[in-house]
Write a protein that binds this ligand. Structure first.
Ligand SMILES: [Zn+2]
Length: 551
């Protein structure tokens, strides 16, 4: 960011004090700062400007005069020269003051925090409006894509309605904007108080006229559902440690599993409730979630509370060894939400569920603008259910053992099945026909230069025992070439326990190591609805997986 200052016509020197602080001395009645930002970050957190579109997330652009964060702010968005962008329009949930028919003009924010919380999309995008529980919603999609946005809007309307009704009418916002960017590669979402920015693969949008819910489209709907849920649960209910949120330092909490994990559970469950996802599709998504956790040996080393606390240093700075040392508070957090929901339903004979805890959390904290203390969620769950949950939370949040999900799901007529992975394209969630024992490298990999680049080397697996590292390029097994296509076939020629020569490049040096092949672990999960179940179990399952008829 380049900063220039003047007072009237007088240029003034700008002194930089730290990464994000500048001081200007000698200003008269007015101080004008001109900042120049190089906008080439396409992510939902960034700022972007080219001949096709512009986008910004407030913190990338707006400086704050120190100590004046409570004052109201006016922002004027000027259109680029007409010859460059005649069709450009503005999409944002910022409050409009005086704008033209394209949305250029003056906007206001009650304070700095509100200004930062309203990303802005500018360009020649497609948009559709819809109403959910009386609240106008806008679906805006930038980037190249081919889809039926009316159909997408109608699915989103069902999801939004289900969520507003979940927390209780009226919605805590009077307008909502989905600011979407369809890309070839990239994925992400960021929640805001009256909008969300979503980036996803353009092929996730349904083809015009396509029926049903293809898997890719489910992924898009789940992302939208996730960020929308945050409008209550993160943007309004939030850890007390985030009130006020300090932009200039790390804000530590052990509660991120409550906010991201529980949201990840409901993003899918509410797709079912809203009627856009079938029970089978939901169970497949839960099976994939379980698989992601079971393929992470780090879950035995790091607890959820620690994962949350370390978020600043780990989750968004991935390193190849993370799967061995850490666990995501999104995925394992979602499993804790699942386990807790089932446990509450089971042990209170259906009187209390996680739904009740979430609504009470909203009413007690979010709706009143009160931060959730570090023990607030656990206390509330115990209070509402009347159960002693201390042991459950100690094990699930502060311990590292696997959760008793097979047993809990069994009480709801759902079988928890495990099998070996069949390859790098196998994300679990479904049964797959196997032909006998599967051997595995004990490593994640991707195709590169005709071989396999190891992306992660899992603790205790064959590759690690042979001394292979992430980054090594495996080119041969038993002195025959291996690649992504033939790996499974090559591995099938050996027996478990057999020692083979593995040839790999580390940098530009060729290595040969002895690799003792082991049976692939049963780390791939899928869930099946049981057919022979008693009436009590059926009743429990129906109550948990009920679909509310769409409006
Ligand atoms: Zn989230």
């Amino acid at each position: 960011m380049h900063v220039e200052a003047r007072s009237g016509r007088e240029p003034l020197p700008v002194e930089k004090l730290s990464a994000a602080m500048w001081v200007v001395r000698g200003a008269g009645r007015t101080l004008t700062l001109t900042i120049t930002v190089y906008a080439l970050d396409q992510s939902v957190r960034g700022a972007w400007l080219d001949r096709q579109r512009g986008y910004f997330n407030g913190p990338c652009l707006f400086l704050l005069p120190e100590g004046r964060d409570a004052e109201s702010i006016e922002v004027t968005l000027e259109p680029p020269p007409h010859s460059l962008a005649a069709d450009w329009r503005v999409a944002t949930a910022l409050t409009r003051e005086t704008v033209d028919e394209s949305g250029f003009g003056a906007y206001t924010a009650a304070d700095y925090d509100e200004l930062l919380d309203h990303p802005v999309e500018i360009g020649d995008f497609e948009s559709v409006e819809f109403i959910a529980c009386g609240v106008p919603h806008h679906l805006v999609v930038a980037g190249r894509f081919e889809s039926d946005l009316e159909r997408v809007a109608s699915d989103l309307a069902q999801i939004c309605t289900a969520q507003i009704e979940f927390f209780g009418r009226p919605a805590p916002f009077d307008r909502y904007w989905f600011l979407c960017l369809a890309v070839g590669e990239g994925y992400g979402g960021l929640e805001h108080r009256a909008s969300t920015s979503l980036m996803f693969n353009r092929d996730e949008l349904p083809k015009p006229g396509e029926q049903g819910q293809p898997r890719d489209y489910q992924r898009f709907l789940a992302l939208a559902s996730h960020e929308y849920f945050h409008t209550w649960h993160v943007k309004r209910s939030k850890p007390a440690a985030f009130v006020p949120y300090r932009l200039d330092q790390r804000n530590y909490t052990r509660l991120l599993w409550v906010f991201e994990g529980i949201t990840s559970y409901y993003q899918d469950l509410l797709l079912l409730r809203s009627g856009v996802l079938s029970v089978a599709a939901l169970l497949q998504r839960f099976g994939e979630l379980l698989t992601r956790v079971y393929r992470t040996p780090g879950r035995f080393k790091q607890s959820l509370a620690e994962s949350s606390f370390d978020a600043w240093d780990v989750l968004y700075r991935p390193e190849p060894n993370h799967p061995n040392t850490s666990i995501s508070y999104y995925t394992k957090g979602a499993l804790v939400a699942l386990a807790l929901d089932l446990k509450l339903r089971l042990e209170t004979a259906g009187r209390t569920s996680l739904d009740d805890v979430m609504r009470a959390l909203w009413q007690r904290y979010g709706a009143r603008g009160v931060g959730v203390p570090e023990d607030g969620f656990e206390q509330l769950a115990a209070e509402l259910s009347g159960l002693d949950l201390a042991q459950f939370f100690d094990a699930a949040i502060r311990g590292t053992d696997d959760l008793p999900l097979a047993e809990l799901l069994g009480k709801f007529g759902v079988a928890h099945e495990l099998r070996a992975s069949t390859g790098s394209d196998d994300s679990g969630g479904t049964p797959r026909a196997g032909n006998g024992e599967v051997l595995a490298l004990g490593a994640g990999y991707r195709a590169r230069d005709g071989g396999l680049e190891l992306t992660t080397v899992l603790e205790g697996g064959s590759a690690q025992r042979a001394g292979l590292n992430p980054g090594d390029l495996l080119v041969a097994l038993d002195r025959l070439r291996v690649n992504e296509r033939n790996l499974r076939r090559r591995l099938a020629r050996f027996e478990s326990g057999e020692r083979v020569t593995a040839t790999a490049f580390r940098g530009d040096e060729l290595l040969e190591v002895g690799l003792v092949l082991k049976a692939a672990p049963l780390d791939t999960c899928y869930l099946v609805q049981q057919e022979q179940i008693d009436a009590e179990t059926a009743k429990r399952r129906d109550a948990w997986l009920k679909q509310v008829t769409a409006p």
